[in-house]
Design a protein around this ligand. Structure first.
Ligand SMILES: [Zn+2]
Length: 147
């Protein structure tokens, strides 16, 4: 298969988007980033649990290089981290005894912790956090921006 290479001679991108590996969410995550956040070009690493990988990072490992390579090499100015509901890396929804609210709050705290850690290393970057929440009896995904 041959397809056009849109980024000939371009070595910088707007953002890095770190998301979970989960097959159920990544396509919609790309749509969210493009349509809702308006970011057109971004590095797109995925690691189980997204924020979890950053929070457990030693600072010099694969997880942190998912952020540092895009930032240092591709000059990404924005760092987006997206966690999602029913994430297996965290033990899934069942860990929260059916409370969607408790689950969301937990993920928001995880995301904020990851943001702190990234800002400690890259204080001049914009960090955007989002939580992919299942709504309408799990028929839809609602991407909630976490402030
Ligand atoms: Zn996950």
């Amino acid at each position: 298969m041959i397809t056009p290479f849109k980024f000939k001679d371009i070595h910088a991108c707007e953002a890095v988007v770190l998301t979970c590996i989960d097959f159920r969410f990544w396509k919609e995550t790309v749509e969210f980033v493009e349509l809702e956040l308006g970011i057109e070009n971004f590095d797109f690493p995925s690691l189980p649990g997204a924020a979890k990988a950053i929070n457990e990072s030693s600072g010099e490992d694969l997880a942190m290089s998912c952020i540092s390579v895009p930032v240092d090499l591709h000059h990404a100015q924005k760092i987006v981290i997206i966690n999602h509901q029913d994430c297996g890396a965290y033990g899934g929804s069942e860990k929260f005894n059916g409370s969607d609210e408790a689950e969301q709050k937990f993920h928001e705290e995880e995301l904020k912790k990851a943001k702190e850690k990234i800002l400690a290393k890259y204080p001049d970057k914009e960090v955007i956090l989002a939580y992919a929440k299942l709504v309408d009896h799990k028929d839809n995904i609602d991407f909630v921006i976490v402030k």
